[in-house]
Design a binder for this molecule. Structure first.
Ligand SMILES: Nc1nc2c(ncn2[C@@H]2O[C@H](COP(=O)(O)OP(=O)(O)OP(=O)(O)O)[C@@H](O)[C@H]2O)c(=O)[nH]1
Ligand SMILES: [Mg+2]
Length: 404
């Protein structure tokens, strides 16, 4: 087979979501080989709408731990994630490489997260270019969000941070005047500041220093980046961080095409099960070995939810917080049981129009935004064989802020 045939085949397998094809492609690209370059070229047209989030900061600030939490959070939002961890190859930080791999391992059983370590040295044509190429391949492979971890504050890192759509700078309490010393470099590329390890003393002081510094810079830049406190080891503050990142991404939406309008990518997202009491119902699922990975009360729907991941899909337990609510009324009328089936599509608006034009009876008069910015609508059971069907928008909507 010719080389271009190989490339075509690889791109196809990549786009079909084959993790092995992705791993091979990234290796080829990282090697800087001719095939790798051709591959990147072929991937570019499919790499349109991934969101690249750079995470940078001084050694040991908790970047890897935070990236791990961000990846988990994104998975709960239904996003597929790629992680590029740029490790310094100097001997005294060599341990960090292994550390990263181990720490990220608890995600490695999930095909929705693909983690790749890259050496900062030896990249032909510069680190930033190599990282960018790897991002193109990951995006073509359908990764919706790519997290890029870089360490330190050197020129290389600043460049890598600069290629991300949104850059998060991780600082920690006790840095004192070091915050000042960062000013010249990476402070400039930060879109969102994180004060990690805020379980330790001194978080206020770092935050104050960041704000003070921005106060100085504000008249030049006319922009104040948000500051978010986190404890990466527990996940505290990660939702707030992601909201800030999302706000930043949405702000740039006009400058970039974020999403496609195609209607492929159909898959089962979740099954919604109405229960009288989540705490009673979950024990069966826990006996199965499924762990609740997200709980939430959606006030305006008067419903409490618990997500139980089952492979790429989930079971969503729904408990009414008030009798006078959708789930409350369902329980009163039909009792406990399957409430809805949720199908995920790429291009929820196109699907809404398509179903409407085909005379399908919809139970929503428009596409709405739900928890976490997910966009959805319902199809009436009379059109579906007796079950309420929820059509959930493609997860790229997370970054677009659409419908808000
Ligand atoms: N107390 C506390 N410890 C944390 C927090 N976040 C991370 N750590 C710990 O800090 C250490 C360094 O965390 P990493 O995630 O490896 O930090 P990093 O910035 O990726 O480190 P390098 O990649 O080597 O630069 C680990 O022992 C973490 O468990 C936090 O919020 N609070
Ligand atoms: Mg790290």
């Amino acid at each position: 087979m010719s080389e271009s045939g190989d490339i075509e085949e690889m791109v196809e397998r990549l786009r079909a979501g084959e993790v092995r094809a992705l791993a091979r492609a990234v290796s080829l690209v990282e090697d800087g080989s001719l095939v790798g370059m051709e591959l990147v070229k072929a991937c570019r047209q499919y790499a349109g709408d991934a969101l690249r989030i750079g995470v940078t900061g001084p050694p040991g600030a908790g970047k890897s731990t935070l990236v791990d939490q961000m990846a988990k959070w994104l998975r709960q939002e239904g996003q597929t994630v790629g992680v590029v961890a740029v490790d310094p190859s100097s001997p005294y930080t060599g341990g960090a490489l292994l550390g990263d791999r181990i720490r990220m391992q608890d995600l490695s059983g999930d095909a929705g997260v693909y983690v790749r370590s890259m050496a900062s040295r030896g990249a032909k044509g510069g680190l930033a270019a190599a990282v960018e190429d790897v991002c193109v391949v990951m995006a073509a492979a359908g990764r919706q969000v790519i997290l890029i971890e870089t360490m330190g504050v050197g020129q290389d890192e600043v460049e890598v941070a600069g290629l991300a759509d949104v850059t998060v700078l991780v600082l920690v309490p006790g840095m004192g005047d070091e915050v000042q010393s960062l000013k010249a470099g990476v402070m400039e590329v930060a879109d969102v500041f994180v004060v990690n390890k805020s379980d330790r003393e001194g978080a206020e002081r770092v935050e104050a220093e960041i704000l003070a510094m921005q106060g100085l810079a504000a008249d030049e830049k006319e922009r104040v980046a948000p500051v978010v406190r986190t404890v990466a080891t527990s996940g505290a503050g990660v939702s707030e961080l992601m909201a800030a990142v999302r706000g930043c991404a949405a702000e740039r939406r006009g400058r970039k095409r974020w999403r496609k309008t195609s209607v492929d990518g159909l898959r089962l997202d979740h099954l919604g099960v109405a229960v009288r009491n989540i705490d009673a119902a979950r024990s069966f699922y826990e006996a199965l070995g499924i762990r609740v990975d997200h709980e939430e009360t959606v006030e305006h729907e008067k419903v409490r939810t618990a997500m139980l991941p089952v492979g790429e899909s989930r079971i969503e337990l729904l408990e009414a917080t008030e009798e006078d609510s959708v789930i409350g009324r369902f329980l009163a009328k039909r009792g406990e049981g399957l409430h809805h089936v949720a199908i995920r599509v790429d291009g929820v608006d196109a699907m809404f129009e398509r179903l409407r034009s085909q005379g399908v009876r919809l139970a929503s008069d428009e596409v709405r935004a739900g928890a976490g910015g997910h966009r959805y609508f319902f199809v009436h059971p009379s059109s579906t064989g007796g079950v309420l069907v929820e059509i959930v928008g493609d997860a790229a909507g997370w970054a677009t802020g659409e419908g808000e």
